[in-house]
Each structure stands twice: as structure tokens, then as C-alpha cells.
Design a protein around this ligand. Structure first.
Ligand SMILES: [Zn+2]
Length: 155
């Protein structure tokens, strides 16, 4: 049984958050609280939370996810629908350090939470690159189109 991180009352193991409704509402206000629960459930259904690694979700993660979803919702009006061709066809070398910046005009095929992370190009696959990312403790590889990558100059 999980326990509320605030009042230690028992909550359902199936709960997507790790605090009880009462404390959630007290902390966030009811509108925000229901929005968080809804977001977490939807994200879970979509698989964005990557098979349970985010469950039980900690308070800090919720704030991060909230911030990310706000960040990712839209681009500045001027940048909307525009992709620079140099970005689209940007070439990377094996060993290049890259930042991941989700290009929303192209439907990304990798999890939301990779936004803003950095990784190292380990190979090329078709038009995309195999990028090694230290995902919390584990090192994982993702195949990412160059449009979502930016070269980092510092090492
Ligand atoms: Zn509580």
C-alpha cells in the first residue's frame, strides 16, 4: 500500500500520484489537482512514462512534467510551422555531443521527457542518429531524427 507523502494516510497502489486527494487539493487547488491527475493518467496511457519507471510518481516529477507539458504545448508564433532546412539535414559525427530539442512540427517518436537532455551520437541509422542518453541510472539508446537534435559545442 502506498502512503500519502504529506499525511501518511494509505492510498491505492493504482493511484497515479503519491499523495491523497485531500492533500493534493490543499496543495494545488482543486482545478490544478484534477488537471495533474488527468495529465498523469493520460501520459501513463500513452506510455510516455515508460513502463512504470515514473510510478509511483513523486511530487518533484509532477512539477517537472507540468512544466514540460507547458513548455511543449506550443512554439512561439514566429517559429510555428517553420523548420530550417539546415536543421532538418544537419549532419552529426559519431561522438558528437547533442542536445535534444523536440521539434513539434515533426511528430517526434521519442518520449517527452527527453526534452532538454543531452546525449552522444553513437551511430547513424538511415536519416536518423542513434543517440546514447544517460537516462537516470541506465544508459539508453534512442533513434532520433536530426531535426530534434542540436550540436553542443562544449564537452
Ligand atoms: Zn494526504
Amino acid at each position: 500500500m502506498k502512503k500519502c507523502i504529506y499525511c501518511k494516510r494509505e492510498i491505492s497502489d493504482l493511484s497515479v500520484i503519491d499523495f491523497c486527494d485531500k492533500c493534493g487539493i490543499a496543495t494545488f487547488g482543486d482545478k490544478m489537482f484534477y488537471a495533474i491527475v488527468k495529465n498523469m493518467k493520460e501520459a501513463g496511457l500513452r506510455g510516455d512514462l515508460d513502463q512504470g519507471r515514473f510510478w509511483p510518481v513523486s511530487f518533484k516529477n509532477i512539477l517537472i512534467l507540468e512544466k514540460l507539458s507547458k513548455m511543449l504545448k506550443r512554439k512561439p508564433i514566429k517559429a510555428k510551422g517553420k523548420i530550417r532546412l539546415s536543421e532538418y539535414f544537419e549532419k552529426f559525427k559519431v561522438g558528437d555531443r547533442v542536445a535534444i530539442k523536440r521539434e513539434l512540427s515533426v511528430r517526434p517518436k521519442f518520449p517527452k521527457r527527453l526534452q532538454g537532455r543531452s546525449g552522444i551520437v553513437s551511430n547513424k541509422k538511415g536519416k536518423s542518429y542513434i543517440v546514447k542518453i544517460n537516462d537516470f541510472e541506465k544508459e539508453k539508446t534512442y533513434i532520433i531524427h536530426p531535426v530534434h537534435l542540436r550540436k553542443l559545442k562544449w564537452y
